[in-house]
Design a protein around this ligand. Structure first.
Ligand code: EPU
Length: 420
């Protein structure tokens, strides 16, 4: 398993180009299953999760060609069952369910199971698909949805923690080919869901209310091929912004969209970081002393849970007491014990982490537990004195395109150690 060796204490400086959004491209690739015509997707990041999704599409019978950030898919003839091993490897692949049901009226997908950030149920996905008339059963670790007819319906898709991103994506992708009108209340408003809806409309779907909590979908008989450019990854942008602030550098995030990063930029301002936005991107630089802050993660447009761990690294170098309250996932503090190994002083109290910041960080070997936890360890390692070895880099490779190369371009002393 590869690891990253970071020689810390060097401020990040320069420009970094933000890649296409992982969480937008995965459902968009799944949506190409909805038509037999060719689809072309641009600004696709080179990530292991994207390669998994391409493998799943291929396994289902689609032709998939990937070249230089563009993926071409032609799903002329497909089957309705997802391979266990492929789906199990990546939770995000549950979003093939909606398109398979929409196009074939039948889908059989391995249940994804939990992961280190929490239980991750799919009850809301299934509730939505059942509302459209699908008979949903769970048997031998597989979820099966079948429908003679899919008929538009009104439904409320909110759950314990609010809306569901992939649940909204799944139901939307089935509803575009249902008969009549579907209304989804408490739909997720994340930019990735909006990007998917825009792609579906480019394919001939009729979705109104895009970006709002109420989506109205008028079913059509069939969709056609389309070409689409994926939005820039707001979480990758947030990660480099926070890394710049934590290391006391100055970084320009080329292509980042400030309109997708409102809550993150607001919290950076509160913590004493200046941001300058123009058409080409966002420049981030500390503005005097760092100040402690409070953050609560919420569905969009609230502070994203996917940037919480990274923010904790910034809090660790900020003198005073900062607090993070995690409201989306129940156990997303796996990074706390590893950050403590670098010298951070953090206590967990229920859904909150209390960070007593400002103590010097010093490098140590650490173990990544999930994608964003790994990003937090990298940021802390960049700010720490001495060497930090972040093990299990495959977590980072799931969601950060060429992270070691991009960090080196910003002046970081980072090396990938490949294990033979
Ligand atoms: N939930 C339910 N029932 C459901 C679905 C979700 O109770 O049927 C709950 C979850 O347990 C959680 C909350 O609703 O408490 C939100 O979960 P959501 O369904 O929105 O998460 P997701 O769609 O499975 C996507 C991203 C995650 C990101 C979350 C929240 C993808 C591939 N994944 O997951 O990204 O954290 O939305 O924004 O889009 C990451 O990129 O590191 C990552 C984990």
């Amino acid at each position: 398993m590869d690891s990253l060796l970071i020689k810390g204490g060097v401020p990040l400086n320069g420009d970094v180009t933000i890649s296409g959004a992982k969480n937008a491209v995965l459902p968009i690739l799944a949506a190409t299953l909805l038509t037999s015509e060719p689809c072309v997707v641009h600004r696709v990041p080179d990530l292991s999760d994207v390669r998994f999704m391409s493998q799943i599409l291929t396994w289902l019978g689609a032709e998939v060609k990937s070249e230089g950030g563009t993926i071409r898919v032609r799903a002329k003839k497909i089957k309705g069952a997802g391979d266990y091993d492929l789906v199990r490897k990546m939770r995000g692949s549950i979003c093939i369910m909606g398109p398979l049901l929409g196009r074939l009226r039948e889908a059989r997908v391995s249940l994804p199971g939990g992961c280190v950030i929490g239980a991750r149920p799919i009850n809301l996905h299934l509730k939505g698909l059942a509302s459209l008339g699908a008979k949903v059963t769970i048997e031998s670790g597989y979820v099966q949805a079948k429908a003679k007819r899919l008929v538009g319906a009104s439904m409320f898709l909110g759950g314990r923690a609010g809306s569901t991103v992939l649940g909204t994506a799944n139901v939307m992708m089935a509803a575009v080919l249902a008969e009549g009108v579907t209304v989804i209340e408490s739909a997720a408003c994340e930019p990735e869901v909006t990007d998917l809806a825009n792609f579906l409309n480019a394919m001939g779907a009729k979705i109104a209310g895009i970006g709002s909590p109420t989506l109205t979908i008028t079913g059509v008989k069939q969709l056609h091929g389309a070409e689409h450019e994926v939005i820039p990854d707001r979480i990758e942008a947030a990660t480099y912004a926070i890394a710049a602030a934590t290391t006391n550098g100055e970084v320009t995030l080329r292509g980042a969209r400030a309109d997708h990063l409102g809550a993150v930029l607001d919290k950076l301002h509160d913590s004493g970081v200046a941001t300058h936005c123009d058409a080409s991107g966002i420049t981030v630089k500390r503005n005097g002393k760092l100040k402690p802050i409070d953050i609560t993660t919420l569905p969009y447009s609230g502070f994203p849970t996917d940037a919480q761990a990274q923010m904790m690294a910034l809090m660790a170098v900020t003198p005073g007491i900062s607090i993070i309250t995690e409201r989306i996932f129940e156990s997303r503090f796996m990074h706390v014990s590893e950050l403590s190994r670098l010298g951070a002083d953090i206590e967990i109290e229920g859904p909150s982490a209390i960070v007593k910041g400002g103590k010097p960080l010093s490098g140590a070997p650490v173990m990544a537990s999930d994608l964003r936890a790994s990003a937090a360890l990298v940021i802390a390692g960049l700010a720490a004195k001495g060497n930090t070895q972040v093990n299990r880099v495959y977590h980072l490779d799931r969601g950060y395109e060429k992270i070691d190369v991009k960090l080196r371009q910003l002046g970081a002393r980072v090396e990938r150690i490949e294990e033979s």
